[in-house]
Design a protein. Structure first.
Length: 399
């Protein structure tokens, strides 16, 4: 066993981040992921500095544990090869617009006609219905449309994107969960199904989980927007020598904190006495804490806050994570060697299964590295493969 999804075959027609994040999760847990790339390659191959131009750092991270087949799906012979791959697959996933998927025969009707047990998953910007269907989208566009961008400013400065491809990764995780659920359903019924993951609806749902707030009721009890999260002074607190992320939440946290700083009377202030009132007066409360925090060092506050079991961590930069004691202890960053790129850092899958997983089975592949191997598995002989390569229907890296 290489993981709980050992024996599962996934045909991966995805590019960039949302789909590849789904399939790297499936691959890390043991699935045989066959990444089908066009002759031009996934654009992520070429992003960032790398020893060679076609194996950038983003590709190295998000496309491990996949075998690579290079097909020009504009050509009939390549589409037939895709059809044969589908016949022996459990899952097909793409993140194309619906019309583009239909053009190459990757739509649910075409693929499930060849394999009724197939779970077909489509990630798209705006889904197949509604006035935005078939509009192009990337992470920034979905962030802009979903309502989350203005929330980053709290009205104090220009709106900003979250400085992570959050919409893409959220879609990837949701697609991963949806595929696993569809596979459970297939085991019960014997039939596959089509799963659609529209990023706009998905990420708007993600944003509105807490921000629907008072508008959940009819009539509304207040405006949308979770007050505590939107408080302008909800930010890391500046200590005497750094920055500290702290979450005081339940009554006990606040009481013990006020007692520890010698201000027990604050717990009896009507603004702070209950969670309802603290939420309503979130910004006043955060401003008060912000005035108190510079009186001690980060280490002093951590000692006190951990003693009274208030969640707190110092603010760290991305580079500081490489020296984090906890991440070192759990082997989060691991030295690895890529056969074509040399030494690199592997970020291990954070999930743990008692039966174990092997998330370092296959390093990120070269373009067409496994074309010959996989085409042989689905019945092509070497003469057929040579003809496909000669016609440009397939690209095969030297064995």
């Amino acid at each position: 066993m290489t993981g709980p999804l050992d024996g599962l075959r996934v045909i991966d027609l995805t590019t960039v981040f949302s789909g590849p994040y789904t399939t790297v999760l499936l691959g890390d847990l043991g699935a045989d992921v066959i990444k089908v790339e066009s002759p031009g390659g996934d654009v992520v191959r070429f992003i960032g500095p790398a020893p060679t131009a076609d194996m950038g750092p983003l590709f190295l991270t998000v496309d491990r544990n996949k075998r690579d087949v290079c097909l020009d799906l504009k050509q009939p012979d390549a589409r037939e090869a895709l059809g044969r791959l589908v016949e022996g697959a459990d899952v097909l996933i793409h993140n194309m617009r619906p019309a583009a998927a239909r053009r190459i025969g990757a739509d649910p009707d075409t693929t499930r006609a060849r394999n009724p047990r197939l779970v077909h998953c489509a990630i798209s910007g705006f889904g197949s219905e509604g006035p935005y269907a078939d509009l192009p989208a990337y992470d920034d566009v979905i962030q802009a449309a979903s309502g989350i961008v203005p929330l980053q400013s709290s009205g104090q400065d220009e709106p900003q994107y979250i400085r992570s491809v959050m919409a893409d990764k959220t879609a990837g995780m949701m697609a991963f969960g949806a595929i696993c659920a569809a596979l459970v359903q297939r085991d019960r019924t014997g039939e596959g199904c089509a799963v659609e993951v529209p990023m706009y609806e998905l990420f708007t749902s993600f944003v509105m989980l807490e921000h629907l707030y008072g508008r959940i009721y009819e009539p509304p009890t207040t405006t949308s927007g979770y007050v505590r999260v939107l408080a302008p002074d909800r930010r890391p607190f500046r200590t005497a020598d750094g920055l500290l992320g702290v979450v005081f939440y339940v009554d006990r946290h606040w009481k013990e904190f006020f007692d520890a700083i010698g201000r027990p009377e604050l717990m009896h202030d009507p603004r702070f006495a209950t969670i309802q009132q603290r939420t309503l007066h979130s910004n006043e409360l955060y401003a008060l804490v912000g005035e108190i925090m510079p009186s001690r060092t980060t280490a002093d506050w951590l000692e006190l806050l951990r003693r009274i079991e208030v969640p707190a961590m110092p603010v760290k930069s991305i580079d500081e994570l490489f020296d984090d004691d906890h991440l070192k202890a759990v082997d989060f960053f691991q030295p690895a060697t890529h056969p074509a790129q040399g030494a690199y850092t592997h970020v291990r899958n954070p999930l743990r299964f008692s039966t174990g997983i092997d998330d370092r089975r296959v390093p990120a592949p070269l373009l067409g590295e496994h074309t010959t191997e996989v085409l042989r598995e689905i019945g092509y002989d070497d003469t057929d493969i040579a003809a496909m390569v000669k016609s440009g229907a397939a690209v095969a890296a030297p064995e």
